[in-house]
Design a protein around this ligand. Structure first.
Ligand code: PLP
Length: 394
């Protein structure tokens, strides 16, 4: 009889969002007229910007035209799109060639697929609390996972050290769920550590567009030495509202070589084997993000989410509650008041103020005692939620 991948049996139930949905459903059944302020979701609420919509429409029309129709796209991305993304990096002083950029269907797909580049015997370091997909993708592959807890004492930005030794190092900055952002100095220590040990950093930059402090790195390739130890995975999901449209990009420097194998060459081979590229229509929409008009328009949307962050952090500041994130990140990670546990505070907020957050414990054991607020909610809901929070905890 065939043996399935038995590692699936090792996966823990992804109970977090399921459990939240169950609890909110039960609340609404008991209070059918209640309106819930959903501050937990990691999905965006604003529509795609005009420049993207126009490009998508034009691309659909191209597909209806004999002359302008496009069939299969190059597996690693349309050359002109790879070029504008590389230019986007070069504009920020990062030297990158077009063939070091790969167009993807989003960061989730890429975070899973990229593991094909590593031996099954390699180990993976996950800094916790963490985006759950890092752990699950490696459980499925049967890899040894090293969990490195972080906490308020190190601002949820742990240092490398003997307990962090692993082949694959996940670093997410700005972080989901904590909103913490690595400074250049702290990131440099991880880059040096990876180069010294021969590890590879998988740098998840899904929220780079939320960094406003110019001294904070938006790309790991701003750090000297990163081109020999890092892969950067980016997404247009939160940057440009592509959660339902799907597009991202991945940077693999040609200088990233281990045991004579060039990861960039390997990824070209992987993509040409396992995909037929991202659709022409979506790549046209994605390219519009990198135009001057697109950049201006996505900034307008991001500024609404940032306004949401200010609305919520103002209340937390006034209440004297410890939190991190919310300034250079779309997530706010707050300490639950009065020593409450994550789920206890979740229930309290739901029952007393009809606010739905995300219990920190769902992102790893060291998230216990914290709650995550997302700033991607509707503006009016965020304003009302902030007022209710103030009234409840003030
Ligand atoms: N990485 C992090 C840290 C995320 O929070 C998310 C989505 O919430 C993703 C990756 C996935 O992004 P995408 O929508 O591009 O698949």
């Amino acid at each position: 009889m065939i043996t399935p991948n038995m590692h699936y049996a090792d996966l823990k139930d992804s109970y977090l969002f399921f459990h939240i949905a169950q609890k909110t459903k039960a609340y609404l059944q008991q209070h059918p007229d209640a309106y819930l302020y959903r501050m937990g979701i990691g999905d965006v609420t604003l529509p795609l910007c005009d420049a993207v919509i126009r490009a998508l429409h034009e691309a659909v029309d191209d597909q209806a035209s004999r002359e302008r129709f496009h069939g299969y796209m190059p597996e690693c991305g349309a050359p002109d799109l790879r070029s504008v993304i590389a230019q986007h990096y070069r504009n920020r002083g990062i030297s990158l060639s077009d063939n070091e950029v790969f167009v993807s269907s989003g960061a989730s797909d890429e975070l899973g697929d990229i593991l094909d580049l590593f031996d099954r015997e390699s180990s993976a370091l996950v800094i916790e609390p963490a985006y759950p997909a890092y752990v699950d993708a490696n459980v499925i592959a049967g890899r040894r996972i090293i969990h490195l807890p972080s906490g308020a004492d190190n601002g949820f930005l742990p240092e490398p050290g003997p307990e962090a030794e692993a082949d694959i190092l996940y670093i997410c900055s700005p972080n989901n769920p904590t909103g913490a952002v690595f400074t250049a100095e702290k990131l440099k220590r991880w880059v040096d550590f990876a180069n010294e040990k021969g590890s590879v950093i998988l740098f998840d930059a899904a929220y780079e567009a939320f960094i406003e402090d110019p001294s904070l790195p938006r790309s790991i390739f701003e750090i000297e030495g990163a081109d020999t130890c890092a892969i950067e995975i980016c997404s247009l999901s939160k940057t440009a509202g592509f959660t339902g449209t799907r597009m991202g990009y991945t940077v693999i420097p040609r200088a990233l070589v281990r045991k004579g194998m060039c990861f960039n060459d390997m990824w070209v081979r992987n993509r040409t084997t396992k995909t037929n590229g991202v659709s022409y229509i979506l790549q046209r929409g994605g390219a519009a993000v990198f135009t001057e008009e697109g950049q201006r328009q996505i900034r307008e949307n991001i500024s609404v989410y940032k306004e949401n962050a200010r609305t919520l952090t103002k209340v937390l500041d006034a209440l004297g509650i410890w939190y991190c994130g919310g300034k250079n990140a779309p997530y706010i990670w707050m300490k639950c008041p009065d020593g409450m546990g994550s789920w206890e505070f979740f229930d309290y907020l739901l029952n007393k103020a009809q606010i739905v957050g995300t219990p920190g414990e769902g992102f790893g054991a060291c998230g216990e005692g914290y709650l995550r607020f997302s700033t991607f909610g509707r503006r009016q809901d965020t304003i009302e939620a902030a007022q209710r929070l103030m009234k409840l905890l003030g």
